[in-house]
Write a protein that binds this ligand. Structure first.
Ligand code: GLU
Length: 473
């Protein structure tokens, strides 16, 4: 018998396209995506573009691309469709109009003609008197004639919600536990701006309810919107999702991470060479902890994600941690993908036939394509710059050693074991004294990829020249 599929858990990411995705909002997207996956539910994407001045279509395109690059695909939303279109708020004006109307019919809203200047003055007076500022109710009880007169004077009203007085607004936050607000602290609030556009938390709450969102995680900067949204949904007779507020990610200096910090935009991190799995492994642990601290693919990150393990403390951005996960991701990426990732940085130097071996050789020693470019230069560059310590070691080792090395190389080529067995016999050197001078002479560095792999990759004429140069240093 066919069963009706009910979605037990439906989460969403609702970005405002006013800039590029940055670590903070990617974490929000990730947590919602993980929660949905973990519960085999649905992850919805909605574009909150009600701020007409700041929203741009190119930011929408960029955020869809960034989310896909990260592997955070949505099951419902733009370019994907679903049961609740449209998925951009700028196209939902008719839906909001219908809901204003419902509130008007039940007298739960009223037009407010107070100007921003008047409101600011009232706020100032209340603050000066030591009272928390809230709307003074000036327009709450205007008669129809009074309203008419104001409209005739050309005043554009906002629409204000009549917050029920003397109510407690309790809810259990998915991350922070029980919360309680008093409606008297909130006062009547605007749900439609004077220009006719919806206020953020109105459109946001209505859409969550209509789109069937059951759970949502968002930044803790939205916590104070939640009681208003709960009041609105109650007034509209719509179901409320369960809200969870995540402690914000703070910068290394304790200050907020902002969109203006381009350093943290996904685009920039991607251009530097960060791999998506590195960002995901890092962010999944920023405000959430896993039982085990090992690298995980997205499916496992989802499996281990639970609301009980959400943290409350501010999550501090830590570049060292991010770099750690980047190394892990690089070690795990498959070879073709890794070549595609570093190709443009090394393609001029690495011979076509050596690509695979090059990737295998440098992989443990790189975190970014720029690191690969460094080793490509050391392996295939006509000129070999010597690091300070390499130069010193070569001088200290002396030319006799390198003369023997040349002779051994002439005999065995770059085949590691016979080459070093022979060199050991010839010079009596062993261990570090045997290997380090060779590493210094052949790569100009005292650290780096495995010597056996380097020898196999180094073009013989370069190897010989470098040993000669070391011998005559
Ligand atoms: N558009 C809002 C933002 O980007 C969404 C807030 C929410 O998740 O409810 O901050």
């Amino acid at each position: 018998m066919p069963t009706m599929k009910t979605t037990a858990c439906k989460t969403r990411f609702a970005p405002s396209p006013t800039g590029y995705l940055h670590l903070g909002n990617v974490r929000t997207a990730l947590f919602n995506a993980l929660l949905a996956r973990r519960e085999q539910g649905c992850f919805l994407l909605r574009i909150e573009d009600t701020d007409r001045d700041r929203s741009r279509p190119e930011y929408v395109a960029a955020l869809l691309e960034d989310l896909r690059w990260l592997g955070l695909d949505w099951q419902e939303g733009p370019e994907r469709g679903g049961l609740h279109p449209p998925y951009a708020q700028s196209e939902r004006a008719a839906i909001y109009a219908e809901h204003y109307q419902r509130l008007e019919t039940t007298d739960q809203v009223y037009p407010c003609f107070c100007t921003p200047v008047e409101l600011a003055l009232s706020r100032k007076t209340q603050l000066a008197a030591g009272r928390p500022p809230r709307y003074a109710g000036t327009c709450a009880r205007l008669s129809a004639t009074e309203r008419q007169a104001r409209c005739e004077r050309g005043l554009q009203p906002t629409l204000r919600f009549r917050t029920p007085p003397g109510q407690r607004v309790p809810f259990t936050d998915l991350a922070r536990g029980p919360q309680q607000f008093a409606s008297d602290d909130i006062g009547d609030f605007i749900i439609r701006r004077a220009d006719g556009g919806p206020q953020f938390f109105f459109a946001n709450a209505v859409d969550d309810a209509l789109m069937g969102i059951t759970h949502l995680l968002r930044g803790e900067d939205h916590l104070s919107n939640t009681p208003r949204q709960l009041l609105l949904l109650e007034a509209l007779g719509l179901p409320a999702p369960r809200y969870g507020h995540l402690a914000l990610i703070v910068g290394a200096d304790g200050g907020p991470l902002s969109k203006r910090e381009g350093h943290f935009s996904v685009r920039e991190l991607r251009a530097t060479g960060y791999l998506p799995e590195a960002l995901l492994n890092y962010l999944a642990r920023l405000g959430h902890s896993y039982e085990r601290d090992r690298w995980m693919p997205l499916a496992e990150l989802a499996e281990g994600f639970t609301l009980e393990r959400l943290g409350r403390a501010a999550a501090r951005y830590d570049e060292a941690q991010l770099l750690h996960w980047q190394s892990e991701a690089v070690q795990r990426a498959d070879p073709e993908r890794l070549w595609a990732w570093l190709e443009s940085a090394v393609v001029d130097e690495v011979p076509t036939t050596c690509r695979e071996a090059f990737v295998a050789t440098v992989r443990p020693n790189i975190r970014f394509p720029a690191d690969a470019a460094f080793w490509a230069g050391r392996l295939f560059g006509a000129e070999l710059p010597l690091s300070e310590d390499s130069r010193a070691l070569i001088a200290q080792t002396g030319s006799a050693f390198f003369a023997q090395a040349l002779a051994a190389y002439a005999e065995h080529g770059g085949v590691y074991q016979p080459l070093f067995d022979d060199l050991k016999r010839r010079t009596g050197a062993k261990g570090k004294a045997l290997f380090m001078p060779m590493r210094a002479a052949l790569t100009g560095e005292l650290h780096g990829p495995e010597l056996a792999r380097i020898l196999a990759l180094l073009p013989p004429e370069l190897a010989r020249r470098r040993l000669e140069d070391a011998g005559s240093a």
